[in-house]
Design a protein around this ligand. Structure first.
Ligand code: NAD
Length: 266
């Protein structure tokens, strides 16, 4: 199979063949950039947004919790957001075999960058180097003041909610506090997006894992990589709009297939 052939793993036999080819590409690669999305953490018990069991698939109204204009305008929505944060599955989730496989890839010396849309911190918990992980959409483990930018641990803010403050304000300036994640209507950190684009430009293989590739600018990164000559491999249960330009597509559960892709790396 030539690197420029698009492959679709629709049957078990196809899957084995595509896994073997992609594993060989990874062995030959010197700089691999990985983009992960919510799908890599569903096997850790954190639901995605748009998959069949996704939070927004089941409750479209929940999207408003991720809208910055609504969050700023509606105290009622902020109170609901704090209750939702208290119960977030990230606090007790453990990394899974998919996260571990990316640690194996890193230890083989081939990982150029691990770009994640996730806010759950599970890559770092699995053992990925904090300097390798680029959190495109921030982290749920901290809160940020929308007024003065002060950052504090999420645990401190949640303790205040537990003590009866239903919408805790910034202790420095009295402004609105929010998890340090990027909501709709909120720009990404320009330094973060520049670093991610560079990692996409400078790789020879780009691996997109567990993302519907619908949230921009993250979803533009595979095209940046392909435009600079990289192979594109997509591992996602459902079709994405980038499957047509991918060199290989694996529609498989991530925790099963990623370990197989990296098993032979030394
Ligand atoms: P998405 O919800 O749009 O898409 C997830 C994709 O992963 C879906 O296409 C789904 O079919 C696939 N998928 C789910 N479980 C899978 C599995 N076990 N194996 C293979 N494929 C699987 O996610 P997105 O593209 O990351 O965009 C959602 C946004 O929501 C991101 O900005 C992200 O910040 C945020 N988010 C993050 C988390 C988290 O941190 N864990 C969870 C939910 C949402």
């Amino acid at each position: 199979m030539q690197p420029n052939q698009v492959t679709q793993a629709d049957t078990q036999a196809d899957t084995q063949a595509v896994v073997a080819v992609v594993a060989a590409w990874l062995t030959d690669a010197t700089d691999v950039t990985v983009l992960t999305g919510a799908g890599i953490s569903t096997e850790s018990g954190i639901p995605d947004f748009r998959g069949p069991q996704g939070l927004w698939t089941r409750d479209p109204a929940a999207q408003r919790l991720s809208s910055l204009p609504d969050y700023v305008a509606e105290p009622q929505l902020r109170r609901r957001a704090w209750q939702s944060r208290r119960q977030h599955p990230a606090w007790s989730a453990e990394p899974n075999a998919g996260h571990q496989a990316l640690v194996t890839l890193e230890r083989s010396g081939r990982l150029r960058g691990l770009l994640t849309q996730n806010i759950d911190g599970l890559h770092q918990r699995a053992g990925s180097a904090p300097t390798t992980v680029i959190e495109l959409h921030g982290t749920i483990w901290e809160v940020e003041c929308l007024g003065c930018g002060d950052r504090q641990p999420m645990t401190t803010a949640l303790a205040r909610v537990d003590d009866g403050e239903d919408d805790p304000a910034c202790l420095r300036c009295g402004g609105i506090l929010k998890s340090a994640t990027v909501s709709f209507g909120q720009p990404l950190d320009p330094d973060v997006i520049r670093a991610a684009e560079r990692a996409a430009r400078e790789c020879d293989l780009f691996l997109a894992v567990g993302t519907s590739l619908t949230v921009f600018p993250a979803a533009a990164l595979p095209r940046v990589a392909v435009g600079n000559g990289a192979l594109l491999v997509i591992v996602n249960a459902e079709p994405t709009s980038y499957d047509g330009i991918a060199n290989a597509v694996l529609r498989e559960p991530i925790g099963g297939v990623l370990p197989r892709l990296v098993a032979g790396l030394r």
